[in-house]
Design a binder for this molecule. Structure first.
Ligand SMILES: [Cu+2]
Length: 129
């Protein structure tokens, strides 16, 4: 019984902190995208085509979750935000972005398989509210 008292205070603090975090990060909308990369081409529902490449379009303040799936091993790099996500062949990964900065940011593959060539796959476009 003594142990429960010791653990309840930090747990309460942690929960209160998480609740605060969730509230602040959800000040915008919550956006979920599922992107599949096949033969080094990224597509998915809810993406738009602009300037020859697909675009993930969100608004400033949005909490963006991108679920990635790829047929080849690669490392994704969201420029500007500088977020990197590793993907295994036939694997899935999640990229989480708090869309604080507006603009168009390229999401590059830093090599596919054993190649190290960089290739822009898709853009993240953050529009002002
Ligand atoms: Cu890069």
């Amino acid at each position: 019984m003594r142990n429960t008292k010791i653990f309840s205070a930090p747990l309460f603090c942690f929960c209160a902190f998480m609740l605060l975090m969730v509230q602040t990060s959800f000040s915008g909308g919550s956006q979920v995208f599922k992107i599949e990369i096949v033969n080094q081409i990224a597509t998915g529902p809810k993406v738009e085509k602009s300037g020859g490449l697909e675009v993930i379009r969100v608004s400033k303040g949005d909490f963006v979750k991108i679920f990635w799936k790829s047929d080849q091993k690669t490392e994704l790099h969201l420029h500007g935000y500088n977020i990197k996500t590793k993907l295994l062949a036939a694997g899935e990964s999640t990229m989480v972005v708090e869309a604080k900065a507006t603009g168009r940011f390229s999401i590059e593959a830093h090599g596919f398989g054993n190649s190290h060539k960089h290739k822009t796959l898709i853009y993240l476009e953050v529009l002002p509210r």
